[in-house]
Design a protein around this ligand. Structure first.
Ligand SMILES: [Zn+2]
Length: 490
């Protein structure tokens, strides 16, 4: 068990945790957002990030500090916390991004980790090699090998009680991501960034992002704090948290503000296109779209950055509340409706229902069926698995409506779950709220449940009393299951 990270609440693969950062003397509640602070240009002063927005941890780039003589001298003299004016925890990046952008950097992992330690960083980062998505296999393997060597070097450096991150690379190869994660988890390093996913997010490839994260998670223990490196758009936080990501960093709040872009949980708007401000943060209650546009450039950039941060932190709080309330997947479904690419991400997530089910609490709030995707949620899967173990009589009617007299015993038939024994009907998730106008995904899932029960009990005579199930679903029912159309009975 990694001592620094303690898990509290869970929902799907998402969790609320406490990450202890010994060097800072701070415990950070996760999922947490780390605002990126550019040491050259502070759009919002770090002290304000803590006071106004509640940031407990931020991230800055030690390579930029190291490369600039003035910053370097100052950081060495007064330390990072005084230099930035921030009392919380500070994580430092190493220049890997610059390596990916410009092809080379001038420091080694030893030098940069020692430097991070000297300037007082609380969480340091070695120089990993970020391999972009869709790289060829040979390159991905070769660069991964370099990253792994550097993690081993990092393990051997004495950095006192500074935590050190162990980035997981491997491009878009699931098996490489998984073995990279297993290797990283096997070191004694502390935090696990999933690297080089920014290009996927920039191209709206959320389905591929989910596959990459799922592969990395397979190689990491549950007690590994996972950082989705470079993920700063609030639109995708719920999805990423539901997969088990714990840390996010946002440069977006400042970069987008510089371009006049306004973040929302449904996507990005351009200030020039907005007639109304769809937000209740202090910036958006003080201004309307026109008065925001009329500000001078610097004031407008600061105001937009503040709005962007408000939206970003609010979404993180909403996600934590959803984990605590047991309705994180309902929130993910809601966010998935904002953009077809997000829907891809959510559908990709549901491909992992078996895995999500492992950590998902057995009992939560009420299951809300809010889209056809709900039929594939892990709770439905779990109920189907449970059907294999239930005792049944020799003859059993499964009914969506009334009991039919010629049968002695009946259970309810509830899409998307399928057969529901009377004694379980008030327990989670079978006390679900489902729409009365059901859809074919729910009926198909219910029919799968019927088949599971029939296969597990070949000696029982089953009948299904349904309300007008479509022929293609009835055709999928096991041959020995009799079907009665309640609607046709009048
Ligand atoms: Zn706002």
């Amino acid at each position: 068990m990694r001592e620094a990270f303690e898990l509290r609440d869970a929902d799907a693969a998402g969790r609320i945790g406490e990450l202890e950062i010994p060097r800072a003397g701070v415990t950070v509640e996760t999922p947490a957002l780390l605002p990126v602070v550019n040491p050259n240009l502070q759009t919002i002063p770090p002290a304000d990030l803590a006071e106004t927005f509640g940031a407990e941890i931020l991230i800055t780039n030690s390579y930029i500090i190291h490369s600039n003589e003035e910053l370097r001298e100052r950081a060495l003299e007064v330390g990072l916390h005084d230099m930035l004016g921030f009392d919380g925890a500070i994580m430092t990046d190493s220049g890997s991004f610059q390596l990916a952008e410009y092809g080379e950097i001038t420091v080694t992992t030893e030098e940069i980790l020692e430097f991070q330690h000297e300037i007082g960083s609380d969480v340091g980062t070695p120089v990993d090699v970020p391999t972009p998505p869709d790289a060829d296999r040979e390159r991905a393997e070769e660069e991964l090998e370099q990253t792994q060597e550097r993690l081993e070097i990092a393990e051997g450096i004495d950095v006192g009680d500074m935590l050190v991150s162990a980035p997981v690379q491997g491009s878009t190869f699931g098996d490489l991501r998984e073995s990279a994660a297993r290797h990283a988890y096997g070191t004694d390093l502390d935090v696990f960034p999933i690297g080089a996913v920014v290009p996927l997010m920039n191209d709206y490839r959320y389905g591929d992002m989910v596959d990459v994260v799922a592969a990395a998670k397979r190689g990491l223990g549950r007690d590994a704090p996972v950082h989705l490196f470079g993920a700063g758009h609030p639109m995708m936080f719920a999805l990423a948290v539901a997969m088990g990501c714990d840390l996010f960093d946002s440069a977006a709040y400042a970069l987008y503000a510089r371009d006049g872009r306004y973040l929302t949980v449904r996507g990005t708007e351009h200030l020039d296109d907005l007639d109304y401000l769809p937000c209740s943060c202090p910036v958006c209650t003080e201004h309307d779209a026109e008065s925001l546009r009329d500000l001078d450039e610097e004031a407008r950039e600061t105001a937009l950055a503040r709005h962007n941060l408000h939206v970003t932190f609010a979404e993180m709080r909403r996600i934590k509340a959803a984990i605590r309330g047991g309705d994180l997947l309902e929130l993910v479904e809601e966010r998935a409706r904002a953009h077809p690419a997000m829907l891809d991400g959510y559908r990709a997530l549901l491909e992992y229902a078996d895995w999500l089910e492992e950590d998902d609490p057995a009992s939560k709030g009420t299951f809300f069926y809010t889209s056809s995707e709900s039929a594939r949620r892990p709770e439905v899967r779990r109920h189907h698995d449970r059907l294999d173990r239930l005792a049944v009589p020799d003859e059993l009617l499964l009914t969506e409506g009334p009991h039919v007299d010629r049968f002695e015993t009946s259970w309810r038939l509830v899409p998307p779950f399928g057969p529901v024994p009377r004694h379980l009907s008030t327990t989670y998730p079978l006390n679900a709220e489902v729409p009365s106008r059901t859809d074919s995904a729910a009926i198909e899932a219910a029919a799968e449940g019927v088949n599971r029960l029939a296969e597990a009990n070949p000696g029982t005579d089953f009948a299904v009393a349904h309300r007008g199930w479509p022929d293609h679903v009835l055709a999928e029912l096991s041959e020995d299951v009799e079907s009665i159309d309640l609607d046709a009975m009048g």
